[in-house]
Every structure is written in C-alpha cells, then in structure tokens.
Design a binder for this molecule. Structure first.
Ligand code: SAH
Length: 483
C-alpha cells in the first residue's frame, strides 16, 4: 500500500469532521465526501503510521442512505458534511458521537449511558436547512479577477463562490450584490490574507426582527461609504449597517472597533416569549428554533421552583439566564465579552426581568470572587454553556466547592464535555440525564444538554482561588481526552 494507489473501500464509519472511514486490512482511511454504506474507489493521498487519507474517485455502489444534496456547490464547499446523507442517519450519528465520547473519554459504562440518554432533539421536518440567522462571507477574488464571496472549502481558505447558502434563513445575495457593485464601481479591493493588502475582508449578516450588515475592513473607512449605506438601506427590513475595523493578520473575523453607518448597533430577535438585543460582537445561537428546544431541556433539568439561586456561566447576551430568571429566585450571569454583558443587562430590562444580575469577566475568575465576597450567596443550580474547549479546570473545582444541588452542563463539544463530566463525577456528582441535540443541521457539530445531581453531602463549602490540580491529573492521566 503506497501513496497514489487506487483501492476499493467499503465505508463503514464517520470521522469527527464527517469524513467517511473505510478500513484496508484494519488500517483506517479517511475519505471526504464518502458515507457509511458506500463502496468507493479511492486514491490514497497521505499515509501516516496508523491511518491515512484518500480522495474519492468514484462511488461504485452508493449507500442506501444517500440522497442527492439540494446544494449546487456541496461537493466543493466545506460546510455541509452530511449534505448527501438522510437526516435520520445524521441525527443517529450525532447521538452516537455523544454516547461514544461519554464512554471513551468520560469513562462511563455503556449500559449506564444507554439507560440515561434521552431521545435526541432533531430539527423539524425540512428545517435541517434554512436555519442560520448569522452568516460571515469572506470577500476575495476569483481566478478570473472578479470580486466574489462565498465559503471556505474544507480546511483551506480557498473561497467557493456562493451567495445564497441553503443553510441561511435569508437569501443574502441582494446584500452581496450591492457590496460587490460598490467595490467594483469605485475600485475598492478585497483583502488578501497573504499580502495583508486590500480593504474588504468579510460581510457579516445577522437576521432577526430586521437585518444587520457589518462590513469587516482592513482600515477605518470605505470610500463613499454613505452611498453604500444608503443602497443597503433600500433593502426591506434593514436595521443596522456597521463597519468593523480589523487590520490584524488573523483568522479571527471581527476586530475591536465598531462604527454605525446607519440605524442602530444591534438587532432584536425573539425566542419563545423573550426578546433579545444582539450586538455584532455578541454570541447568539445561530439556530433559534433548535436553541429554544435546548434551553427548554436545560430549564427542565434545572427543576426550578421559584426560589433557587442560579448561576449561568458563559451566559452570552443572557438568553439562558433570562429564561431561568422567570422560574428562579435570582440569577447571576457571567460572560467574558463586555459588549455581550451590556446586551444582557438591556435584555433583562427589555423583558421586565429584575431578578438577574450580570458580570463581565471570565467564569473561572468571577465565580470564585463572587462567592468569596458574598458568603450569603449559595448557588442551588449552576448552568454552564462553554465554547468548544469546555470549562476551565479551575472553574470545575470552584463549582465542586460551591456544591450546588444540580449542575446543568450545555455543551457544543462532546469530547470536552465528557472530560469535564469525569471530573465533576469524581467530585461528588452523579450524571442523571443526557440529551443530544442538533442545532447545526448538515454539519458535523452536535450540541448536548446534561444534568448532574450532587450525591455527596460530605463536601464543605470552601471557596479557594487555588486549583486542586492533583485530582484532575490523576483522573485524566493517560486518557485520550486530547485526541
Ligand atoms: N449561553 C449563551 C452563550 C453560549 S456560547 C447562549 O446560549 O447564547 C459561549 C459563551 O462563552 C460566549 O458568549 C463566549 O464569549 C463566552 N466565553 C468564552 N470563554 C469564557 C470564559 N472563560 N468565561 C466566561 N465566558 C466565556
């Protein structure tokens, strides 16, 4: 077996990023675009010691679960890894992914996990598409010199031209057309990552009750920007036209500074009975329908009677906090992005909620400080909803010393969730419920909601700023949690 060999492969599994996996005498080969059940002709492109990569040359026999992707650029674009799979199989795979992480990384028994896992929360029929309320389109040049926008091909920054992605709830091609026409009319260049030259980097569109357009530029001004703003304003529902300056050579899309060209610096969106104001820099769930189902599950797990003190860590603009506040005694929200905390405070006011308070800072710093300076505050429930890297170790130990009755852990990465649940379980908590949810249809990402119940009464409430690292290392040493 060597590079460039063409082999026949039975695809039997899916990798973490949605690639098909087939085995050659036990040696796993990852093939982008292949799906379980496919028999495929594959060219071996890269061979490592214990696994390899191959390029799909031909599907000899297609998997029975294959469907025709409705997207014309699905094969080139990196977005929809499951575009050619039936949605039932996608949901089933997402549920399995969570289960396997809990078993392999979390160290839980298979029988136990199968007993406590609930039915996965899937998208409503047809809503595995048309759900995204936020799109970030890179602006660049095609080989023939035209200015284009689209999406990055998987793993590279080559732009696949596409102005109307099927995942978005709004067809944004009118916005793209206006921006590109303006650029061509006045000779404004797109940003080039390799040289650091050129002006326009990304077009960010957010939709809710109205539309927000934020142009991310390598500079402070766009030539004749008022004319551009007026043209965008002619689109029905336009609520906010913004300029964001990002002059750094980085993959991070947004820079620090935001300037309003027209309208307000936020858009408003409604989830269930609550309304939220969202600024360009604040995190907001991209799929509001599915996010609401996840929040309802989190509320259900929190088992609130109206008296509890709840902490919502990694609270963003206060979505979970405000849903909880309506059923709890008091809610404290903590979030690292100051603009999001400003949004959270106005969102509490907007919804007439006055039993919630918000703090800007990292959860790992703010929680111990808050508890140490307010010995009278005892959290009954702690909710965490961290980014993919999971909770900071120090935070997990502070949570254990704070000893809430219940911890509701909402996660967008089953691997780091499993790692953290292992630590919390070792610290006197029992995993009671887990539900996988699909918030990102057609992509390889999966969301999870879980409930931990405190079972040990022996722990005193001692809040220290130091981390008990020894425990953590003993538990995870030698584990494959980093893979
Ligand atoms: N629960 C919110 C936000 C979840 S996304 C919602 O559903 O809308 C995770 C949030 O954690 C983001 O807003 C991010 O800015 C924030 N964050 C990242 N690292 C953090 C940290 N160390 N401490 C507090 N917040 C953090």
């Amino acid at each position: 077996m060597k590079k460039n060999d063409v082999v026949k492969l039975n695809i039997t599994d899916v990798g973490n990023s949605g690639e098909g996996i087939g085995k050659l005498d036990g040696f796993p080969v990852f093939v982008k675009g292949a799906l379980p059940g496919d028999i495929a002709r594959v060219r071996l492109t890269k061979l490592k010691k214990s696994y390899g990569y191959g390029r799909l040359e031909e599907i000899i026999t297609p998997s029975p679960d294959r469907i025709k992707s409705p997207c014309p650029v699905s094969e080139k674009c990196g977005g929809c890894v499951f575009g050619a799979w039936s949605y039932d199989r996608e949901l089933e795979w997402k549920n399995e992914k969570v289960k396997n992480a809990l078993i392999r990384i979390g160290g839980f028994e298979r029988a136990f996990i199968e007993e406590i896992m609930e039915e996965p929360i899937g998208a409503d029929s047809g809503k595995e598409y048309s759900y995204r309320n936020k799109t970030q389109l890179p602006v660049g040049r095609a080989k023939d010199g035209r200015i284009i926008t689209g999406f990055y091909a998987g793993r590279t920054h080559a732009i696949i031209e596409n102005n109307a992605c099927l995942l978005t709830e709004r067809d944004n091609s009118d916005i793209v057309r206006i921006v590109i026409n303006h650029m061509e009319k006045y000779g404004i260049d797109s940003y080039d990552e390799n040289t650091g030259q050129g002006l326009v980097r990304h077009i960010l569109v957010r939709t809710g009750e109205g539309v927000m357009v934020c142009l991310i530029i390598n500079g402070n001004k766009i030539p004749l920007e008022d004319e551009l703003a007026d043209e965008l304003w002619s689109i029905s529902g336009m609520a906010s036209v913004l300029i964001n300056t990002n002059t750094a050579n980085t993959n991070v899309i947004l820079g620090e500074k935001i300037r309003v060209l027209k309208g307000v610096d936020y858009i408003t969106d409604t989830m269930g009975e609550l309304s939220f104001r969202i600024g360009a820099k604040s995190f907001y769930q991209v799929n509001r329908t599915q996010a609401l189902k996840v929040y309802e599950k989190a509320l259900d797990y929190a088992q609130l009677s109206g008296r509890e003190t709840v902490f919502d860590l990694y609270c963003g603009i206060g979505t979970i906090s405000l849903f909880m506040a309506r059923r709890a005694g008091f809610v404290y929200g903590v979030e690292i992005v100051p603009e999001a905390i400003e949004n959270a405070k106005s969102n509490a006011a907007l919804n007439n909620i006055n039993n919630a308070e918000f703090f800007a800072g990292t959860a790992e710093e703010v929680l111990p400080e808050l508890l140490a300076s307010h010995p009278d505050i005892h959290p009954d429930v702690i909710v965490v909803d961290p980014p993919r890297k999971g909770c900071d170790e120090k935070l997990l130990h502070t949570m254990l010393s704070a000893a809430p009755d219940r911890i509701v852990y909402v996660s967008c990465d089953p691997a780091t969730l499993a790692r953290d649940l292992k630590i919390l379980s070792a610290g006197g908590y029992e995993l009671r419920n887990v539900t996988a949810a699909d918030q990102f249809g057609r992509s390889g990402h999966v969301e999870v909601v879980s409930l931990l119940q405190r079972v040990s009464n022996t722990r005193e409430r001692t809040i220290t700023l130091d981390v008990e690292m020894e425990d953590y290392h003993r538990i995870v040493n030698g584990d494959d949690h980093n893979k």
